[in-house]
Design a protein around this ligand. Structure first.
Ligand SMILES: Cc1ncc(COP(=O)(O)OP(=O)(O)O)c(N)n1
Ligand SMILES: Cc1nc(C(=O)O)sc1CCOP(=O)(O)O
Length: 213
């Protein structure tokens, strides 16, 4: 699927921790019904073969809603499953190396916590940046924090669009107004909700207001 910055508006990043009443597949379907514009499968503990099998099923689901599926960290699993792209951080394969081995429309997202990292990712061929943590994150408690001004500075330093991440909820997203991001990437603010579909829809409406869309 060809990347467009509108896909970043509400980027739902999964966390199996919140499954129980529902399977991850059902939770993702609720997020899609609520209007999530991109999904990232973030699995830290699954063996690669299971990750590929999961990703194949979730890709079909996402595509039935015309939404791209991105795989966290694992380029090989993303390619084997036919997912639309990968998101990498500084511990992962370099963006420039990934760009050399993937098909033309393959989406590459990269984490950037400084303008230097943002420029390097852009030069390497990243399609978008994930910039945070803009609030304390329940999902990644050791995530390095950045201020709203740093978010704005990083987003302004590059031409590729960026999504804010880290502790974003419907209640605090307004504090990011003017941050120059194209959208929000959210884990617990979506997947911890009792009613994921409803929370996703409300959060999307709020983001549209904050971004003046
Ligand atoms: C959209 C988005 N932005 C940032 C991240 C963080 O990625 P990374 O730095 O690789 O850290 P882990 O996700 O591997 O803990 C992300 N996943 N998505
Ligand atoms: C995966 C991830 N990366 C971050 C970063 O700052 O790079 S924060 C984060 C977790 C985001 O989850 P939640 O919406 O529950 O805070």
């Amino acid at each position: 699927m060809k990347f467009h910055k509108d896909m970043l508006l509400l980027y739902a990043v999964t966390d199996r921790k919140w499954t129980g009443r529902q399977t991850l597949y059902e939770q993702i379907e609720d997020a899609l019904k609520g209007g999530a514009t991109m999904i990232q499968l973030r699995e830290k503990d699954l063996p690669e073969s299971r990750l590929v099998a999961e990703a194949e099923k979730i890709k079909e689901l996402c595509h039935s809603y015309h939404v791209p599926l991105i795989i966290n960290d694992n380029v090989k699993a993303a390619l084997l499953s036919g997912a639309d792209g990968v998101h990498v951080g500084k511990e992962d394969m370099a963006v420039s190396d990934i760009r050399k081995i993937v098909p033309e429309d393959f989406i590459i997202g990269a984490t950037a916590k400084t303008t230097e990292q943002a420029k390097k990712a852009e030069q390497g061929g990243a399609d978008y940046l994930g910039v945070g943590a803009v609030f304390p994150s329940p999902t990644k408690q050791d995530a390095i924090r950045i201020t709203r001004d740093q978010l704005k500075e990083i987003c302004s330093a590059v031409s590729v669009p960026a999504v804010a991440i880290g502790g974003i909820t419907r209640q605090n997203i307004e504090e990011l107004a003017g941050g120059k991001m194209a959208g929000a990437a959210v884990v617990s603010g979506i997947f911890s909700a009792q009613d994921i579909q409803k929370e996703t829809a409300l959060l999307k409406k709020k983001i549209q207001e904050v971004l003046n869309l």
